[in-house]
Design a protein around this ligand. Structure first.
Ligand code: GSH
Length: 206
């Protein structure tokens, strides 16, 4: 059985969701960023980590793609043109959404692992919102009338993009309506997403 270190309020949620989509058994080891449990396996102290066959794999997207490849679902095969297009959406999500939200979060919210007061520049928020809005326009152009970014097949970047959309909402970034707004709603309403949330909150409640 897979074990995942992390919490629903972190990027571990993407991994829980992926495991639910793949209908795999997994255990959540509820531990936050920089906790003792994560530091034992990941020197950076960042969650999530996947424990599999005695190894710890870090980085949510590496984990999601590993699981998709291993179980032959939510991905196109390595070396195909479609896989290159799929990976391009993954990089788009990481560069244009995750990175922007992460920097804005660390500058504008208070947490032990965000920037200390002296380094915080809350004014960067406006440029982050501008970048995010531009990414939404690009996503609309690339998504077109498709159900998922890769057409009619759900793949890793769909989970990643819509996880970032939930994060954006929580961080009070404006989300678009229209086709992109509907796309996010469709993804976030998936039964696997709901099961992942339910399992994470049951684990957190002990
Ligand atoms: N690229 C990594 C980023 C992981 C990451 O930054 N996780 C946050 C929580 S969502 C964390 O643990 N931060 C602790 C820190 O920055 O020290 C991934 O996708 O897993």
């Amino acid at each position: 059985m897979y074990q995942v270190i992390g919490t629903a309020r972190s990027r571990a949620m993407r991994v829980f969701w992926m495991l639910e989509e793949l209908e795999q058994d997994y255990e959540i080891l509820e531990a936050g960023p920089r906790s003792e449990a994560i530091q034992k396996v990941n020197p950076s102290g960042k969650v999530p980590a996947l424990i599999v066959e005695g190894k710890a794999i870090f980085d949510s997207v590496a984990i999601m793609q590993f699981l998709a490849d291993r179980h032959g679902a939510l991905t196109f095969p390595c070396g195909s043109i479609e896989r290159a297009e799929q990976d391009s959406f993954v990089h788009f999500a990481n560069d244009e959404l995750d990175a922007v939200l992460w920097v804005a979060t660390k500058h504008t919210f208070k947490h032990t692992f965000y920037y200390p007061e002296a380094l915080r520049v809350p004014d960067i928020r406006a440029s982050a919102e501008w970048d995010f809005a531009r990414a939404m326009v690009n996503l609309e152009a690339r998504l077109g009338d498709n159900e998922f970014v890769m057409g009619d097949q759900i793949t890793v970047p769909d989970l990643l993009l819509s996880h970032c959309a939930g994060w954006a909402l929580g961080a009070k970034f404006a989300l678009p309506g229209g086709k992109v707004g509907d796309y996010f709603k469709r993804l976030r309403a998936r039964p696997a997403m709901k099961r992942a949330l339910a399992k994470a909150s049951e684990t957190a409640a002990g």
